[in-house]
Design a protein around this ligand. Structure first.
Ligand SMILES: [Fe+2]
Ligand SMILES: [Fe+2]
Length: 305
């Protein structure tokens, strides 16, 4: 469970209130309602992509080379839908963690009030991603059943730096791809708009979670470090390997088992994962949260060399 305000040293508690106050003011000044701010009646534009080609999991493989430009675009659309579906799952876990924090702490603090503000944004994001999937006219690809069950466990047990780290892994990896797409005009304008909205609001969430991680890591008892690192390594591994549900391959006429095997062995895909994790890995390393006993989990996911 998150540290209670009363258990924090006075300086840290003041600091925490300051951060939350700044984020609340930023929320009031700039936030979106995707129901109103996105024109969901606009049709997809001819020739525009749903995902940059070099971020497709099969990019550069013999399977990719066999595909026509239209088939590549179609695969990118299903992969983009898979990432959006995974995002909905992540946000559901995150909302439960934030609700737990708010339940345990004093509502008459900016800290709890910001947790509520973030939950309100995540609710709108989940609706936005669900509408995006509908707009693309593709299935909802949730995470595999095993990952769905792990999410339940994570929501019930995560605490301290591993909890904030898990949130950051989900938010920062997707943020990197979204920033790239927002700046890439070969991408569908509606997809770019979804990304821009998410980037603006997630910047606050990332600031909140990074500050909380630093604070909770500073007071972590030594004996807990391997447990926290282990939990975080597991989350990082699961996120990096499950953003793309293998069922996307079936949707474009490929064998899902074979295509997933090709994707997981694809050096271009490893580079995409490394790129997604670059910033959060540097931050978590600095905070001492990457290391034994979980180093191999990070390496196996291609998040570190
Ligand atoms: Fe979000
Ligand atoms: Fe978020």
């Amino acid at each position: 469970m998150a540290t209670k305000t009363g258990a924090l040293p006075a300086g840290a508690a003041i600091d925490r209130e300051r951060t939350a106050d700044r984020l609340l003011r930023s929320t009031a000044a700039r936030s979106y309602d995707p129901e109103l701010d996105i024109d969901w009646s606009a049709a997809p534009q001819e020739g525009k992509l749903f995902l940059p080609e070099h971020r497709s999991t099969l990019y550069g493989t013999p399977l990719w080379d066999r595909f026509t430009p239209d088939q590549r675009r179609e695969l990118g659309k299903h992969e983009a839908a898979s990432v959006a579906g995974f995002g909905i799952w992540l946000e559901a876990v995150l909302m439960r963690l934030l609700a737990k924090l708010a339940y345990e702490e004093n509502p008459a603090t900016r800290h709890v009030q910001y947790a509520w503000a973030e939950m309100a944004e995540e609710c709108r994001h989940s609706t936005m991603f669900a509408r995006l999937i509908e707009w693309m006219g593709v299935p909802y690809y949730g995470p595999p059943r095993r990952v769905h069950a792990l999410g339940r466990l994570l929501a019930a047990t995560a605490h301290g730096p591993a909890m904030w780290g898990a949130i950051l892994i989900g938010e920062e990896i997707t943020d990197r791809y979204q920033r790239e797409m927002a700046a890439d005009d070969s991408i569908q304008p509606l997809v770019q708009m979804v990304n821009r909205i998410h980037i603006v609001e997630e910047a606050r969430h990332i600031g909140f979670a990074r500050a909380e991680l630093t604070r909770s890591a500073a007071t972590l008892p030594r004996y807990e470090l391997p447990i926290q690192r282990g939990m975080l390594g597991r989350v990082a591994n699961v996120v990096a390997r499950n953003l793309i549900n293998p069922e996307v391959y079936r949707s474009v006429g490929l064998d899902p088992v074979e295509a997933r095997r090709v994707a997981l062995a694809n050096p271009a895909h490893h580079e995409t994962i490394r790129y997604g994790g670059e910033k959060i890995v540097a931050f978590l390393r600095e905070a001492g949260m990457i290391g034994p006993p979980a180093t191999l989990l990070w390496r196996h996911a291609h998040l570190i060399d």
